[in-house]
Design a protein around this ligand. Structure first.
Ligand SMILES: [Fe+2]
Length: 289
């Protein structure tokens, strides 16, 4: 008999969103929440971001002398609470996972102005250009910290279904030639930022797929959609590489990402990199996946 956490893992890995209402761990409240909601995004930043490895926050407009330390403390608390709760909920993942960034999202999703491929309100799978997962999966926890308003999402097809229908159009690994511009871009990035991890064939495919879906009007208009209304104070968990999703409306959310090693999955044969390998042959992936 599978235990509770295995059932949860299978649901997530198959592309379900799992809601938690209310969020099962303590969130910023009172003065701390008011302080958080006052934070403003720097012009060039998509979100206010916290790196648990360096315990540093970026992407916000500096307004007062004590702001940095207080914001850092709040984001560190959120990150630690999320990690502790998820480690108890999903212990199989936790022994080999890599906690990625946490973020605070102060912008209203329905009205923000972003370039097409950066927009959150278009259906997509996640792929991080500057932090390739090299075959690991992207688990994300979101929390609606808006005191009064819901956050609205849409979800649609799973990775398996999109791969079957659009994989060849996107350019499957082994059948896609990287342009000289792409090779040059990675080369320059490597010179400027030697610590940046190089993308694998898998990462390149996931990025192409991300851009393809956001710029494909037929998919955006015709894909069937399920709408989700996440209440104030609620949380939800998903593999953002398993189900196409769009953030349609809502202001003020906290989020934390985790890279999950494939060897710890309940259903490793259904992971995107396994599905891709069955479709187009073995991918060159590091052992870490
Ligand atoms: Fe996303």
């Amino acid at each position: 008999m599978p235990n509770g956490s295995t059932i949860m893992e299978e649901r997530l890995e198959r592309g379900e969103i799992v809601p938690f209402e209310p969020c099962p761990f303590a969130l910023p409240s009172g003065d701390d929440l008011a302080f958080l909601l006052q934070q403003q995004l720097k012009n060039s930043s998509k979100n206010i971001s916290f790196n648990p490895a360096t315990r540093s926050v970026g992407g916000y407009v500096e307004q007062t002398p004590n702001q940095a330390a207080r914001l850092n403390g709040l984001m560190a608390d959120f990150s630690e609470r999320t990690i502790a709760w998820l480690a108890a909920l999903l212990p199989n993942y936790a022994h080999a996972w890599q906690p990625d960034r946490a973020s605070f999202r102060p912008a209203e999703e329905a009205t923000r102005c972003l370039r097409l491929t950066a927009r959150n309100d278009l259906l997509h799978f996640d792929a991080f250009p500057s932090r390739p997962t090299r075959g690991q999966r992207i688990l994300r926890l979101y929390v609606n910290v808006n005191p009064t308003d819901v956050r609205v999402w849409a979800t649609s097809d799973t990775f398996a279904r999109v791969l079957e229908e659009y994989g060849a159009c996107v350019g499957l690994p082994g059948q896609h030639t990287r342009t000289w511009v792409g090779r040059l871009g990675q080369g320059i990035l490597g010179l400027l930022q030697p610590t940046v991890i190089e993308r694998t064939e898998y990462d390149e495919f996931m990025l192409r797929l991300h851009h393809f879906l956001k710029t494909n009007a037929k998919f955006q208009e015709s894909a069937s959609r399920r709408l989700w209304h996440f209440k104030p104070g609620s949380a939800w968990l998903l593999f953002a590489d398993a189900i196409t999703h769009a953030e349609l409306r809502g202001q003020y959310a906290l989020e934390h990402s985790f890279f999950i090693a494939n060897r710890t999955l309940a259903l490793p044969d259904e992971a995107p990199c396994a599905l891709l390998e069955r479709r187009c042959g073995e991918l060159r992936l590091p052992n870490a996946a």
